[in-house]
Design a protein around this ligand. Structure first.
Ligand code: SAM
Length: 197
């Protein structure tokens, strides 16, 4: 990454990025596509059908409203309903899914998940995983992101933020499908990715 500050919503960050999202809501990355999409609709765009795994760092309860504000989501559903909608998407998929989230959601996310404790930006978190036969991922970020990107060929991230998943997929010469409800994030990612080596 170019080393810009981490700030998924870009609010008050002083970062100005060009609008690179086409009218269709999608844009091109060096290793795939990125699009504006609200996962709380309980749906996944057709573009994700290319993916053989999903990896996503999810919004936590404490940051959920702030993310929605940054994205200009005036009618966002409550966090508990958001989880239900994500569960509905999980239930539609048969590919491996890895979601980094709070362990407090253990009884709320779709059943049958493997759970592995990890750290995310040095904070305790867990990876919930579905459709995998057990797994043993590294404990630290970004080691586990890199391990997943090494193993699969096209990694989807439905809450992509600044696009670290897309970046690590690119480092492993893998494809990606990245989406976020915040158009600024998709613009940032599209702009930033032009400089990826
Ligand atoms: C923890 S951040 C992801 C960080 C990301 N891995 C990165 O590299 O920046 C969570 C992201 O979820 C996004 N998000 C929140 N609600 C969403 C929704 N309903 N649909 C899609 N994305 C959403 C936020 O805009 C935010 O970018």
């Amino acid at each position: 990454m170019k080393g810009r500050p981490y700030h998924s919503g870009l609010k008050n960050s002083g970062i100005v990025v060009p609008d690179l999202v086409f009218r269709s809501g999608t844009t091109i990355l060096p290793n795939g596509i990125a699009l504006v999409h609200d996962i709380s609709t309980g749906t996944l765009p057709e573009a994700f059908s290319e993916c053989d795994a999903i990896y996503s760092e999810m919004p936590w309860r404490a940051g959920y409203d702030e993310f929605n504000n940054r994205a200009g989501m005036n009618n966002a559903i409550p966090f508990n309903e958001f989880i239900n909608k994500v569960n509905a998407v999980i239930a539609q998929l048969e590919i491996p899914i890895f979601l980094v989230w709070s362990k407090t959601l253990k009884n709320r996310v779709a059943p049958d998940a493997y759970i592995q404790p990890v750290t995310l930006h040095k904070q305790p978190a867990v990876i919930f995983a579905w459709n995998v036969d057990g797994f043993d991922l590294p404990f630290e970020w970004p080691d586990y992101v890199q391990a997943i990107c090494k193993k699969y060929n096209c990694i989807g991230d439905w809450c992509c933020g600044y696009g670290s998943t897309a970046y690590y997929a690119h480092q492993e010469k893998k494809r990606t499908v990245a989406s976020d409800v915040n158009r600024n994030c998709i613009n940032y990612l599209a702009d930033e990715s032009q400089g990826w080596k």
